[in-house]
Design a protein around this ligand. Structure first.
Ligand SMILES: *Cc1c(COP(=O)(O)O)cnc(C)c1O
Length: 373
């Protein structure tokens, strides 16, 4: 063993090497989210508040323990692809699983984009698409949503058909919750062979999918994830559904062994037990609707429609300070004010009934105090 290294590179030579990191990367702001301790109720990341049942976790751990940990996982997680195919109704040859759908985003963007290529995205939307496109030197064309945060299909369609190389639509959109109309998606697909991604990370809550269109339009790719409704954010599994021919090409971009033995096991066991999730998901949807009704009754709170497990809302106050006030009550929600288009807005994820009650109590107290102050 070496003794503890003392890192004393002169600052000048360090700057020299840092300068050699690609300018695209140096100009990016690190992607971060606020981290808090376990004593805080987390309603900020759109996760499922319910962990998997203890018995299923044990089953997964035992199944993973039976596999050799000294051996690589399969190069392609074909068994998992089979199970995803059965769950979605798609064909296994058209499934690719990734280390979270974030890795799917990376694979697809690397496959279609690069310098001089144009990604068309609505804004505000999930920032990872713009982040990765910037990383790989593509040009990002951002198309604003309507003032009420609903999609503007005409504007998006016009921007894409005017030389776009890839279009990404999150439906339901994160962080706004709105759906993109499927008939308008089909209009776009009728008019171009350029690739379109529908990110359906919240499909299990919205129950709206464009999957049936993939058969007719091989330039359509669907993304889903195990991180939200499926309670597996900690295991990092996402997947893409696409034409088998396209899957062959995208498969070349995927790093070998990209999903570890444990995550593959967890995802497969979960797909054999989706029954246990049905009730949880129903419950979350009911709670979300209760949250919306109650938030609508709080003075100064404006709630935007959502087809997901989270709710975007606005208050007349500066959202960072509202978020901090709610955190002082032990609840973390997402302050979205970093994006100028979202100034004044916050996003809250539906949690357990008792958590939701605490959030409602906190929000109404804070609005009440500010209203009087
Ligand atoms: C959460 C989220 C993802 C990322 O999912 P992972 O599978 O955890 O990487 C992708 N897209 C959208 C729209 C999301 O909200």
């Amino acid at each position: 063993m070496l003794g503890r290294l003392r890192y004393e590179v002169e600052s000048e030579s360090m700057n020299e090497v840092v300068k050699q990191v690609h300018s695209r990367i140096r100009s990016l702001k690190p992607y971060t989210v606020r981290e808090v301790g376990d004593d805080i109720i987390k309603m900020d990341k759109n996760e499922n508040p319910y962990d998997l049942p203890e018995s299923l976790k044990r089953e997964i751990t035992e199944a993973a323990a039976k596999r050799s940990w000294s051996r690589y996982p399969p190069i392609v997680a074909s068994e998992l692809h089979e199970k995803i195919a059965r769950y979605t109704g798609w064909i296994p040859e058209g499934v690719i699983a990734g280390n979270g759908s974030d890795e799917m985003i990376l694979m697809i963007l690397m496959s279609f984009l690069g310098e001089g290529k144009r990604l068309v995205v609505p804004t505000p939307s999930f920032p990872m698409f713009t982040y990765i496109a910037t990383l790989i030197g593509a040009t990002v064309v951002q198309v604003p949503l309507n003032d009420d945060f609903s999609y503007n299909p005409d504007a998006l369609s016009d921007a894409f058909l005017d030389g776009g190389d890839l279009l990404v639509i999150c439906s339901p959109n994160n962080p706004t919750g709105g759906l993109f109309p499927l008939d308008r998606l089909e209009d776009i697909l009728e008019r171009t062979t350029a690739p379109v991604i529908m990110d359906e990370a919240y499909y299990e809550f919205s129950r709206v999918t464009a999957l049936s269109l993939v058969e007719k339009y091989p330039n359509l790719i669907i993304f889903r994830t195990f991180s939200k409704a499926f309670s597996l954010a900690g295991q990092r599994i996402g997947y893409g559904l696409m034409s088998p021919e396209l899957a062959v090409e995208i498969g070349k971009v995927k790093l070998p062994f990209n999903i570890d033995v444990f995550s593959i096991t967890a995802a497969m066991r979960l797909l054999e037990n989706t029954g246990i999730l049905g009730e949880t998901i129903e419950g979350i949807i009911r709670e979300r609707d209760r949250l919306i009704r109650s938030m609508n009754q709080i003075e100064d709170v404006t709630v935007y429609p959502t087809a997901s497990n989270f709710i975007l809302f606005r208050t007349p106050y500066e959202s960072t300070s509202v978020c901090d006030d709610i955190l002082r009550d032990g609840i973390l929600i997402r302050d979205l004010s970093a994006n100028p288009a979202l100034r004044g807005t916050l996003r809250v994820t539906t949690s357990r009934p008792s958590d939701n009650d605490r959030f409602l109590g906190s929000l109404s107290r804070i609005m009440n105090e500010r209203g009087r102050g």
